[in-house]
Design a protein around this ligand. Structure first.
Ligand code: PMP
Length: 352
């Protein structure tokens, strides 16, 4: 090993879901939205004045911050925008998780949390979900340096109730509690109303799932003015211009079109409910998902075998070779047609 290598920040990076370079495939592996972004987004891209790219974008991302604040009934000072919620969450870890005490998150959850903690040398402890994949809130009522969990959780899709979230916030009033609401729009209850009462709460959202804009990389955090100020201080000490001109413009346009947003959500929820019925009929079991995916296990068919068989047919779902969940598949909800083709293959494969 070269001597400089002992000074390298060594990390084990996060492994994102596959993005196969195929034109004909059914892609149900990274929780993307099967429907296009709001029609206005295409218009904004077509009309975009390329000359604007000469100039740096607005470092405060004010246009999008203002639009989101109005949409959620908050002050602009309560909104922080970043390059996908991954960027926002990483900034939150960097800004708020600086205690000697461990931060806490579930053992089965978004697998980026431990990567950020390791990268930033933040001590952490994972708390086991119960046998039905529920978060046991008592586990989070111990001394800690902060708490983070997705609601609904990923990859399980299971929602934690508002009463329990409030209990957690009350107990953990001396640390920051982050509720990662990447999937909340698909039918779960948001923790946003709790912002009025708890100044230690951060709610994080993304445009990647419910707004069909994973490719634009837009995420945001909502919290007290004080929290957002601390986040911005760290952001401006890192990289002032995180969001590009075009992303800001398309982000604004997406938020303006609430009708299209709701319509798309309803379609996905209806398809999810239909898919649940079909999967149950084929011998799968799963918790009630409030997200745009179903985390399912089969009574006799090993998940890994089915995952490989699907892949051979160019149907991509997500498989995690991890303790407790290595017999599950996370199946993103696509269009009705995509889900029919997926189910048809599974039916044939299982000989039903
Ligand atoms: N949180 C959770 C729970 C997720 O599943 C994802 C998607 N990988 C993210 C955050 C990050 O999404 P994005 O960076 O695309 O906003």
């Amino acid at each position: 090993m070269k001597s400089w290598e002992s000074y390298v920040r060594k990390v084990v990076p996060y492994t994102p879901g596959e993005q196969p370079k195929k034109t004909k495939m059914i892609k149900l592996n990274t929780n993307e939205n099967p429907y296009p972004p709001a029609p206005g987004v295409e218009r904004v891209i077509k009309d975009f004045d390329v000359d604007r790219l000469r100039l740096y974008p607005d470092p405060a991302v004010s246009a999008l911050v203002n639009e989101l604040a109005a949409y959620h009934g908050l002050k602009p000072e309560q909104v922080f925008v970043g390059v996908g919620s991954d960027d926002v969450l990483a900034m939150c870890f960097l800004t708020f998780f600086n205690s000697e005490k461990p931060i806490l998150f579930p053992d089965i959850t978004y697998s980026f949390y431990d990567v950020w903690a390791d990268m930033l040398r933040i001590p952490y402890e994972t708390k086991p979900l119960d046998a039905d994949f529920n978060i046991s809130i008592e586990d989070y009522m111990t001394e800690n340096g902060g708490v983070i969990f997705p609601n609904p959780n990923a990859p399980t899709g299971v929602e934690l109730g508002q009463r329990e979230i409030e209990t957690l916030l009350k107990y953990n009033s001396n640390v920051i509690v982050i509720v990662d609401e990447a999937y909340v729009d698909f039918g779960a209850e948001t923790a946003l109303p709790l912002l009025e009462k708890y100044d230690n709460l951060i709610v994080v959202r993304t445009f990647s799932k419910s707004r069909s804009m994973a490719g634009s990389r837009i995420g945001y955090a909502m919290a007290s003015e004080k929290i957002i100020k601390y986040l911005n201080d760290v952001k401006y000490s890192f990289n002032s211009y995180t969001m590009d001109q075009l992303s800001i413009a398309v982000g604004v346009e997406s938020v303006k079109d609430n009708g299209y947003f709701e319509e798309t959500l309803h379609k996905i929820i209806a398809t999810r409910e239909r898919t649940k019925e079909a999967l149950a009929g084929l011998g799968f079991s799963f918790r009630d998902s409030k997200s745009n995916f179903i985390f399912a296990t089969h009574e006799s068919c090993p998940a890994k075998e089915l995952f490989e068989a699907l892949k051979k047919e160019d149907i991509y779902v997500r498989y995690f070779a991890k303790p407790r969940i290595d017999n599950y598949l996370r199946i993103t909800i696509g269009t009705d047609e995509e889900m029919d083709r997926f189910l048809e293959f599974v039916r044939r494969y299982l000989g039903r």
